[in-house]
Write a protein that binds this ligand. Structure first.
Ligand SMILES: [Zn+2]
Ligand SMILES: [Zn+2]
Length: 350
């Protein structure tokens, strides 16, 4: 508990989604101003938990991403900002820096930009780079001391606060970010405030051991944040943090960027396609014509499984275990077949 930990927050700042989220016609509307005050309270709580806790906040704006606050830059403004006897200095710097940089970024948006998809991937990768830097610095600084003390690494985690729907075109970069996070042992938590359930972010939380929460009451955001996302990952084995009861493992095809229920996976590079292809567009592997014919012939049988109806239909396609790739004979010198399987296997092993 006494170990310092690092939190990177990725805040979705899509103007159109926040406008919709704050509409009084919603059952529990959360306007942007109310969101910001609750978010700042949560961020203040994080830096108050341990005086060595570090924080960085990235804004995912339409078409780009920007650093809104970091503990490193706060140390600099600590030297210049006048003190206020009524406020804890760290809180004051955090609140004023966040609001200033956020309004600067939002003011800089042009009308055209406001419609483009948010820069979630950019914020996510920048957060990972920041974490990589923080953890490496702390490792080297503790080893140069030369004492026998164990190396103390800040317990890094990322919290994504999302209001926008999934951007199917960003499937591959999001998955690559997830794998980088796994490698860096970074936990990704997701707080979904508004909009449809996010397939990609569910997978991000599941694969990195984090929590994905879709808020039933967005207006009670602060309670969700403090009860679920304030405790560091090391503490979560002791307390009961809400977890996902179901995870949507669907992947997006590489050809049209559509989210598919059943995909065809290249047996060489594990690229996912929505239909059998003669040549893999990623690794240029050619597939035997017989395999293609067989897979095309089996497509109508697979079609009923595409429907997302909750009642399972007794079609022969359903009797086939979905995770099992169809084995293919190595008949030609190319010897590579496309196997039909859900995207999960292909995506998670890339
Ligand atoms: Zn496709
Ligand atoms: Zn391939």
């Amino acid at each position: 508990m006494d170990r310092p930990n690092h939190l990177s927050v990725v805040v979705d700042l899509s103007p159109s989604q926040w406008y919709l989220c704050g509409q009084p016609s919603n059952a529990h509307p959360l306007p942007l101003a109310a969101f910001l005050s609750q978010l700042l309270a949560f961020l203040n709580a994080h830096i108050a938990c341990n005086d060595e806790n570090t924080l960085s906040v990235y804004g995912a704006l339409p078409g780009r991403s920007a650093l809104l606050y970091s503990s490193a830059s706060a140390e600099l403004s600590e030297l210049t900002d006048p003190a206020d006897s009524n406020t804890y200095r760290q809180f004051k710097i955090l609140d004023s820096t966040m609001m200033k940089s956020m309004s600067e970024q939002v003011d800089a948006l042009s009308d055209l930009e406001e419609e483009s998809p948010i820069g979630l991937v950019g914020s996510l990768t920048k957060s990972l780079c920041y974490i990589n830097r923080v953890t490496n610095v702390s490792t080297s600084s503790t080893t140069t001391v030369g004492s026998d003390e164990p190396t103390i690494r800040p317990d890094p985690r990322i919290l994504i606060i999302s209001v926008s729907p999934d951007e199917a075109a960003s499937y591959i970069p999001v998955m690559n970010s997830i794998f980088s996070a796994q490698k860096l042992k970074v936990t990704i938590d997701v707080c979904k405030i508004y909009g449809p359930e996010s397939v990609f972010l569910q997978q991000a939380a599941h694969l990195t051991g984090g929590s994905y929460i879709f808020l039933d009451r967005p207006d009670a955001l602060l309670q969700y944040l403090t009860m679920t996302f304030l405790p560091p990952p090391a503490l979560r084995q002791l307390i009961s943090v809400p977890t996902q009861d179901k995870v949507d493992f669907r992947a997006a095809c590489f050809c049209h960027k559509n989210i598919v229920d059943i995909g065809f996976v290249c047996s060489v590079c594990l690229s996912i396609f929505c239909q059998p292809v003669p040549v893999c567009s990623t690794c240029r592997t050619k597939f035997p014509i017989k395999t293609l014919q067989r897979l095309n012939a089996s497509k109508p049988a697979l079609a009923p499984a595409r429907s997302t109806a909750p009642v399972p239909s007794p079609s022969p396609a359903n009797s086939l275990p979905r995770s099992q790739a169809i084995g293919l004979p190595r008949t030609t010198s190319m010897g590579n077949g496309i196997s039909a399987s859900p995207g999960r296997n292909g995506a998670s092993t890339r």
